[in-house]
Write a protein that binds this ligand. Structure first.
Ligand code: UD1
Ligand code: CA
Length: 425
């Protein structure tokens, strides 16, 4: 059966207390919350609808620039999660397949979990499946209400719950799978008679029950995956959870992480075996790091970095949008951005690729071919190419291409005035 996804991303995110950024565009290690959710559904949902509202233009632009199979649908005003989903009704009038609904503020969910969830939905012949989990501290989440024979009855929001209901630890993950044809009518029937005066998506459970449809809950054991982000505190906690998961994966695959407490590595980074990541290293965005490399301590990889095998990126080195070929060293205190470094290149301490022209606001590239050696404290003013085997003397400012096997110097000649100090004593 065809699967389409609806991702809710229109809410204001009041609890984030952000003036400039809509909630779903806040980031975890260089990737937006919405990006995590869309990456997890894009491979098995044929089409994705992102409901936008608050800061709609920015969210629309993000989706358009990054996800070709996703459409945005405007929800204005934002009258609740149920109202948000109803926005796709016109686009899906004749659709006869599954719809999986997710929240844009739940980035820790894994693709394999969503696949199992849909499998469960199909195998149990459900018309609607809602994902739930057990939280020791369920505060803030909708509670799953079950009948005496343990059947799913309805979902009650925190703000509408009685004290007895608040004690329930099974919560709504905010992820649903439904047979669209059977459920689309529910969205016309939702009411706003609740504490928040909103159209609650959660009310489709009791609607389904009233129509004698087969409604079930799928309990996810790994509750971390449904951790929702409503506040900055949640954002920091989710970043920690995501990082722990990533580091464990890299270690399992044969990467040494010297200090898990000070190392941050994004999910979209690939790292080869026997590479060692030293403490206080921060790796965000999409990167590929080869085998047997040494990264850090205190290195910062900012995304779009490709590092081949046996490369050393040392202390206080920042790298962005760069390819560094095998056996190359960038040992200390350097910035390598918008650059291509060949094999066996050596970059002296304090080398900078000056890639940004603040007048034209453009970035240009530095290319260092194989066996190039750059002396310490040099500035490579892009666009610039240093050809094979050329050397650059320490303290140079390189503004022109350097031919192969040449030595480039820009230094004033050293002058020594004998006894200069002594005469002044
Ligand atoms: C929701 C669920 C709750 C569940 C929790 C899981 C409802 C009524 N409650 O609560 O049962 O435990 O998620 O994380 O569904 N949004 C819109 N348009 C709107 C309102 C919200 O698109 O009009 C989007 C938000 O941007 C957000 C998502 O829907 O991405 C969830 O909204 P939020 O306000 O965070 O709901 P919760 O209170 O967390
Ligand atoms: Ca939420």
């Amino acid at each position: 059966m065809d699967i389409k996804a609806v991702v809710l991303a229109a809410g204001k995110g009041t609890r984030m207390k952000s003036v400039t950024t809509p909630k779903v565009l806040h980031q975890i290690m260089g990737k937006t919350l919405l990006g995590y959710v869309l990456d997890n559904v894009k491979n098995f949902a044929s089409e994705q609808f992102v409901i936008v509202g608050h800061h709609a233009e920015e969210v629309e632009k993000f989706v358009k620039d990054n996800y070709s199979n996703a459409h945005t649908v405007l929800q204005s005003p934002q009258l609740g999660t149920g109202h948000a989903v109803s926005m796709v009704c016109p686009a899906l009038v004749d659709y006869d397949g599954l719809v999986i609904i997710l929240c844009g503020d739940t980035p820790l969910i894994k693709e394999e979990t969503l696949r199992k969830f849909v499998e469960f939905h199909n195998e149990s012949m459900s018309d609607l499946t809602v994902m739930s989990t057990i939280f020791e501290n369920p505060t803030g989440y909708g509670r799953i209400i079950r009948s005496e024979d343990n059947k799913l009855e309805c979902i009650v929001e925190q703000k509408d719950a009685t004290d007895a209901q608040k004690a329930i630890k099974e919560v709504n993950a905010g992820i649903y799978c439904l047979n669209w044809k059977k459920f689309k009518a529910a969205f016309g029937d939702l009411k706003t008679n609740n504490a928040q005066g909103e159209y609650y998506l959660t009310d489709i459970i009791s609607w389904g029950k009233s129509q004698n449809l087969n409604v079930n809950a799928y309990i996810l054991e790994d509750s971390d995956q449904i951790y929702g982000i409503n506040s900055r505190l949640n954002l920091a906690e989710a970043t920690k959870m995501m990082n722990k998961r990533n580091l464990e994966k890299y270690m399992t695959e044969g990467v040494t992480i010297v200090d898990v407490n000070s190392t941050w590595i994004s999910e979209d980074t690939v790292i080869g075996q026997d590479t060692i990541i030293y403490p206080s290293t921060y790796i965000e965005g999409k990167n590929v790091i080869g085998k047997n490399c040494k990264i850090g301590p205190c290195a910062h990889l900012r995304g779009d970095v490709e590092v081949l095998d046996n490369v050393k990126i040392g202390n206080f080195v920042e790298v962005k949008k760069a390819k560094i070929s095998s056996n190359t060293n960038v040992g200390h205190l350097s910035y390598i951005g918008d650059a291509e470094l060949g094999e066996r290149v050596n970059i002296g301490a304090g080398t900078i690729t000056a890639n940004y022209n603040p007048l034209t606001k453009t970035k240009t590239k530095t290319i260092l071919k194989d066996d190039v050696k750059i002396g310490s404290n040099s500035v490579l003013v892009a666009p610039v190419t240093v050809e094979d085997g050329a050397n650059v003397g320490a303290g140079a400012v390189i503004t022109k291409n350097v031919p192969a096997w040449a030595l480039a110097l820009t230094r004033a000649p050293l002058k020594i005035l004998e006894n200069w100090v002594r005469k002044r004593k």
